[in-house]
Ligand binder design. Structure first.
Ligand code: NAP
Ligand code: GDD
Length: 353
């Protein structure tokens, strides 16, 4: 079997590549040109995969890759995936995350209509939730340009299935994390900061809304669900979630607590991290995936947070073995200052105690 993965340099792309290699797949990963290579998460499998240059903004590159490689399965994981950036760069987010899906589907129609297609849809589409828990039939109410773009990607995937008979599925995945998560997402920001504080490299971390609730699972479990969706007889859409929800505050408690710290001594609230519109509560109902795909998540929330804390602690203390090869060492405080805020003229910072 041959699989094309877009977004292979990202968190999910790297775990999916690990999984498909273990199943004997030949893998082609599409990467966009950059002045500096960004292959940290796939360094350990570089010699087992083929990387080709392409971009979701460039239809001709997509069609050429599909013709040259002729995949059996296409996993479209590439996107502008950070929600705050979607307010700062709404047009680019729409180009990548929404229209990029149409470009990929049109290229498949032209080059390899038999290929099975997976679209990385998101629980962000539920936004201001209309139902608790959220399932496949729950109406969408996205709260960010990212969420709106994902709704477009979801429906254009369904439309390709209904209009042209493509085997095209949309996986509605709730938040999933890992030691390979980008440092700007809240889980990794917290676990990395907790480890860094424990090691005396920084003394506090600034966060935004501690009240929001997410259904957090382990990325390694979630890529298995993607693969399962493409092995079914018919193309259908699935919610992938744990069915448990936790506040950002709980994340802080577990992460700092694991290192013998109290988060209230180290977390500050900075209004630059408060979003113009928030998704307050996400909790998914994964019953369909359980019954039809035989999928269940293996890693609990507490196990996930501890796995990430330990990995960051090892990384920062220079004790990392294998994981050092797959995750870059970057100081959270220096990196985050420039990239993950929505800068406002009236920034306010509060300490918790
Ligand atoms: P990620 O770590 O941010 O990775 C995104 C990937 O997309 C990177 O490989 C990036 O390449 C690539 N990319 C971005 N723009 C591109 C373009 N124009 N052309 C080609 N490649 C481009 O995201 P992730 O967490 O792995 O998520 C994978 C997908 O699942 C995304 O579509 C995301 O929106 C969706 N999703 C994620 C979650 C979650 O909780 N993780 C939940 C639901 C849905 P560079 O390395 O060059 O930047
Ligand atoms: N990033 C971040 N940084 N989030 C913070 C912070 C902070 O300092 N403080 C509080 N939060 C809150 C956010 O307001 C949000 O409610 C929650 O933490 C989670 O934020 P992220 O980790 O950035 O993830 P997300 O839920 O916005 O988006 C992720 O999950 C989606 C699926 O629901 C991304 O992976 C998306 O690509 C994905 O589609």
């Amino acid at each position: 079997m041959r699989a094309l993965i877009t977004g292979i340099t990202g968190q999910d792309g790297s775990y999916l590549a690990d999984l498909l290699l273990s199943k004997g797949y030949e893998i082609c990963g599409m990467v966009r040109r950059s002045s500096l290579e960004n292959f940290g998460r796939i360094e350990h499998i570089r010699d087992q995969i083929t990387l080709v240059q392409g971009d979701l903004l460039d239809s001709s590159s997509l069609e050429k890759i599909l013709r040259d490689f002729s995949p059996d399965e296409v996993y479209n994981l590439a996107a502008q995936s950070f929600v705050p950036t979607s307010w700062e760069q709404p047009i680019l987010t729409g180009e990548f995350t929404a229209l990029g899906v149409t470009r990929m589907l049109e290229a498949i129609r032209q080059a390899c209509p038999q290929a099975r297609f997976y679209q990385a849809s998101s629980s962000e589409m539920f936004g201001k939730v209309r139902e608790v828990p959220q399932k496949e039939s729950t109406p969408f109410h996205p709260r960010s340009p990212y969420g709106v773009s994902k709704v477009y990607g979801h429906y254009i995937t369904i439309n390709a299935r209904e209009s042209y008979g493509l085997f095209a599925v949309s996986g509605i995945l709730f938040n999933h994390e890992s030691p390979r998560r980008g440092l700007e997402f809240v889980t990794r920001k917290v676990t990395h900061a907790a480890a860094s504080i424990k090691l005396g490299m920084q003394s506090y971390v600034e966060l935004g809304n501690l009240d929001s609730r997410r259904d957090w699972g382990f990325a390694g479990d979630y890529v298995d669900a993607m693969w399962r969706m493409l092995q079914q007889e018919t193309a259908e859409d699935y919610v992938i979630a744990t069915g448990q929800t936790h506040e950002v505050r709980d994340l802080c408690k577990v992460a700092f607590g694991d290192l013998g710290l109290d988060y209230r001594d180290h977390v500050r609230i900075n209004t630059d991290y408060i979003r113009p519109a928030e998704v307050d509560l996400l909790i998914g109902d994964p019953s369909k995936a359980k019954n039809r795909l035989g999928w269940t998540p293996a890693v609990t929330f507490e196990e996930l947070v501890r796995m990430m804390v330990r990995s960051d602690y090892d990384l920062l203390s220079g004790r990392a073995g294998q994981s050092k090869k797959t995750t870059k060492i970057v100081r959270a405080d220096s990196l985050l200052k420039s990239t993950d805020k929505i800068i406002s003229p009236k920034t306010k910072v509060e300490v918790l105690r």
